[in-house]
Ligand binder design. Structure first.
Ligand code: AMP
Length: 126
């Protein structure tokens, strides 16, 4: 079954400039902005500018240029926020919640970049 993108989702509205955001970084294919409810000292969302519901949708249908632009944006956010271990940062976690099991709230692909503190285990044991 194909993905059905909802153009009224909140991140689509951010991309159209209908809702403000605290931009951290932007390129031709991606926008990065601060999460409105930060779960860590660094909590930035990176979204592609194209209409993709989730990561597997993007991985299957985005162009090479979009995938490169999105991935480079993640790297730039890590650089800007200073979380890179290679530069003395503490490290970080990248999360892409997807669908019901992943508890995805906003149906536009986004990765969370979390850092600035030790984040604990990846997933709580069942
Ligand atoms: P999820 O879809 O569960 O991966 O998470 C959606 C994330 O979007 C949450 O961490 C929210 O705090 C965040 N969020 C929702 N609305 C906004 C907004 N207007 N600006 C920034 N972040 C938002």
């Amino acid at each position: 079954m194909a993905y059905d993108y909802d153009p009224q989702n909140i991140f689509a509205k951010i991309l159209r400039g209908e809702i403000p955001n605290k931009t951290v970084y932007e390129n031709d294919h991606a926008l990065a902005f601060e999460d409105i409810q930060p779960a860590a000292p660094v909590h930035v969302l990176v979204i592609p500018k194209g209409p993709y519901v989730c990561y597997d949708h993007f991985a299957q249908e985005a162009s090479d240029a979009e995938i490169i632009g999105f991935t480079r944006a993640i790297g730039e956010v890590c650089r800007i926020t200073g979380v890179q271990p290679s530069e003395g940062g503490l490290g970080f976690r990248v999360i892409a919640n997807t669908g019901q099991a992943g508890v995805q709230e906003v149906p536009h692909l986004h990765v969370h970049i979390l850092g600035g503190r030790v984040l604990g285990r990846m997933v709580a044991p069942a």
